[in-house]
Design a protein around this ligand. Structure first.
Ligand code: ADP
Length: 271
């Protein structure tokens, strides 16, 4: 907060040599503050499940428990371990994205199987969560009609499936989710996931792609969330020169969409 205000004051004075230097320091301070926040967040996200896990270990070591009780504790411990695993995997995914150059135009991926895989995963996730959403996915008369996209296979899959997964996780059992793949007149194509979930208040919208930012911490955690999904989506979208748009009406639902540029797309019959 303080650093941002400082740079506004400097602008009012005009840009002299000295002021430029001060402004650089301000940017460095800001970067350092962000890094500190990030390290604090990571520590917290790992420490919480670790504390719970250590508590259970101690209980098992000190209390004589019956076999049934014991396996209940072990299941809870496995849950905490999985939670830590998801956080670490998410962080590794983010650092891989940051460390590698953006995917070029060499690898063309058919879109239909990408969407199919997302559909299978969404159906499986909904089943595990005991939800019976109405799940609609696009159908093509021929798979080639969906076209192809140039990019990284694994990261594109993770971006699309994160959005679909979020819709499943945040939409109540009687809700519906609609996934679309729509070609635009200018040759762009839009992947979108519309849900009838809780929606996101306007004040939170600009922050949902920040690492570890959650609107509702317990709802995120209860459904296996790490707060890293949308940060990963944002990175992947940027690396593909695409655009992420989030529209949401609290109480009604959300629409997350990714607009891919024509440059990275081709349809059957064109080259
Ligand atoms: P998480 O693992 O917590 O889901 P994400 O980075 O995927 O983390 O999303 C960040 C936050 O944005 C979530 O905690 C949730 O509050 C909100 N959010 C994401 N997708 C949706 C959605 N489809 N409907 C409502 N809220 C959502």
């Amino acid at each position: 907060g303080r650093a941002a205000r400082m740079s506004i004051q400097l602008c009012a004075y005009g840009a002299g040599q000295k002021l430029m230097l001060t402004r650089d320091v301000t940017a460095a301070e800001q970067a350092e503050a962000m890094r500190r926040d990030f390290v604090a967040n990571v520590s917290h996200e790992i420490r919480t499940p670790l504390t719970v896990l250590a508590g259970f270990v101690e209980t098992l070591q000190t209390l004589p428990l019956e076999a049934q009780e014991q396996s209940r504790y072990l299941a809870l411990m496995a849950q905490q371990a999985q939670r830590m695993q998801r956080v670490v995997e998410g962080l590794l995914a983010l650092s891989r994205l940051e460390a590698s150059p953006p995917p070029g135009l060499a690898q063309w991926l058919p879109v239909a199987p990408l969407l199919e895989r997302c559909e299978q995963e969404a159906t499986a996730l909904a089943a595990v969560m005991g939800r019976q959403h109405v799940l609609r996915f696009p159908r093509f008369s021929a798979p080639e009609d969906a076209g192809e996209i140039a990019g990284g296979a694994a990261e594109l899959h993770s971006a699309l499936s994160n959005l679909v997964g979020n819709a499943v996780r945040y939409t109540p059992a009687d809700g519906s989710i609609e996934v679309q793949w729509a070609w635009q007149p200018d040759g762009d194509a839009v992947f979108s996931v519309r849900d009838t979930g809780p929606g996101i208040e306007a004040e939170h919208l600009p922050r949902v792609t920040e690492r570890f930012y959650r609107v509702d911490r317990s709802r995120s955690r209860d459904t296996g969330g790490t707060g890293l999904g949308l940060a990963i989506v944002k990175h992947v979208v940027q690396r593909h020169g695409a655009q992420l748009v989030v529209e949401s009406t609290p109480g009604k639902g959300s629409n997350f969409s990714i607009r891919f540029p024509a440059l990275r797309l081709r349809r059957a019959g064109s080259c």
